[in-house]
Design a protein around this ligand. Structure first.
Ligand code: NDP
Ligand code: MG
Length: 380
């Protein structure tokens, strides 16, 4: 029986993780669960999965959550520090499923504590890969990538030496606007942008997929996870979302990972690691799929992709800036303040300004993130 701490239990990654727990009740139990503000759903999940501890990040909901759990033995805490404390509680696997920059400090705490971490929160490595990777090396923490492309690539890289690797390629569905020009997608509505063709995910990553910022963030994530420069990293549009990642080796071989577009596949790899769990859903039918298409990403059509790729190997403050500017722009788009096309423009404007700070340590990153958000909110 493995014990799990599930950060972001109420979200899309949280739900996929809990489906796996349901499918393998004899193998997993949940010790810790967290959410941001959705205390009702967190309470309902806590009653079902009986963790020892639930943490609500926004403290104003702590009393309401505690009231829902009155009469149970489940402990309730709240706030950012409580999240980090919870991430240090020893478990067999910490699932990092918080969205955005908010996932950074709990992951850092889990890394400091030397935990095994199933890492879905890509923003952690985007903003602090240069600090998290060495920290993991000293604390003995293990980062198991859950982002489907990175999980696929990690599987294709087993046994590889650095000099064997010619290129690592992530695939991208191309999102809902794959066949639209920039002008055509400029005024796309929230509903259109949230209609992802292949994956059902949280709102932020779904919008990032529509701008293809997601794939750019994933290149940065891959650079840190696999220790590669942008010259050995690439992404290809693959509309079927069957191949998730590939490695081109020096001897001409390619290894590719295929699987259904279902986050239970990478999650099951990470949760089961180093063993494999039995797959209980529908299997890929390659005869029915029949063909796999690949095309390159057009930088003119998806400027966010190029912007993100351009910060690989530069001062880490650039990636912090890019990430914060993007989080603000996406939330402005989702609340109807800016049109879809402005997301890329706003990120570009902020990224081309003078750096607002450094990213030398975690405190620097936290204050730089705040500064960039302030600026981003003022440039609408
Ligand atoms: P969701 O929006 O569906 O869920 C986010 C979760 O994080 C919720 O539990 C939410 O709580 C919690 N949360 C939000 N803000 C905060 C905060 N400030 N502090 C603490 N907790 C917070 O996101 P996803 O599950 O889609 O994505 C999670 C992460 O996984 C992202 O980094 C994403 O890039 C990555 N990922 C997701 C994939 C997917 O299939 N969904 C695929 C690959 C990567 P509440 O419900 O209370 O708001
Ligand atoms: Mg992904």
């Amino acid at each position: 029986m493995k014990t799990l701490s599930l950060f972001g239990a109420t979200g899309s990654i949280g739900q996929s993780t809990l489906k796996l727990v349901d499918e393998h009740p004899d193998q997993f139990s949940v010790s810790v669960m967290s959410a941001h503000s959705n205390y009702e759903k967190l309470a309902q999940l806590a009653k079902e999965y009986q963790p020892d501890l639930v943490v609500i990040a926004d403290s104003q909901y702590e009393r309401a959550l505690a009231a829902c759990l009155l009469g149970t033995s489940i402990r309730v805490t709240s706030g950012a520090d409580a999240l980090c404390e919870a991430a240090r509680i020893p478990v067999d696997c910490v699932v990092a499923g918080i969205v955005g920059f908010a996932g950074l400090m709990p992951v850092r705490a889990a890394v400091q504590a030397g935990q095994i971490i199933a890492l879905a929160n890509k923003e952690t490595l985007v903003v602090a890969g240069h600090l998290i990777m060495p920290l993991a090396a000293t604390s003995g923490a293990t980062l198991l990538p859950v982002d489907s492309e990175h999980n696929a690539i990690a599987q294709c890289l087993v046994g590889a030496r650095d000099e064997d690797i010619n290129k690592v390629v992530l695939t991208a569905s191309g999102g809902p606007f794959r066949d639209l020009s920039r002008t055509q997608m400029h005024h796309a509505t929230k509903e259109q942008a949230l209609l992802h063709p292949n994956w059902l995910m949280g709102q932020k990553i779904t919008i990032d997929s529509a701008t293809m910022m997601n794939k750019g963030l994933e290149l940065i994530e891959a650079a840190w996870l696999f220790g590669l420069g942008s010259d050995r990293l690439d992404a290809l549009i693959h509309p079927q979302s069957i191949v998730h990642g590939m490695v081109s080796y020096c001897d001409g071989s390619w290894l590719a990972h295929m699987g259904p577009a279902d986050m239970r596949v990478p999650l099951s790899h990470a949760l089961g690691y180093p063993r494999r769990l039995a797959w209980q859903a529908e299997r890929l039918d390659l005869v029915q799929i029949a063909r796999l298409d690949f095309q390159s990403v057009c930088h003119e059509q998806f400027p966010c992709f190029g912007m993100a790729k351009s910060v690989i190997g530069t001062d880490p403050a650039d990636a912090v800036t890019l990430n914060a500017a993007n989080e603000v722009a996406v939330s402005h788009f989702l609340s109807g303040k800016i049109p879809f096309g402005k997301i890329a423009e706003q990120v570009d404007t902020i990224l081309s300004q003078k750096r607002l700070g450094s990213a030398n340590g975690f405190d620097d990153i936290l204050s730089l993130d705040q500064e960039v958000r302030k600026l981003a909110r003022s440039v609408i």
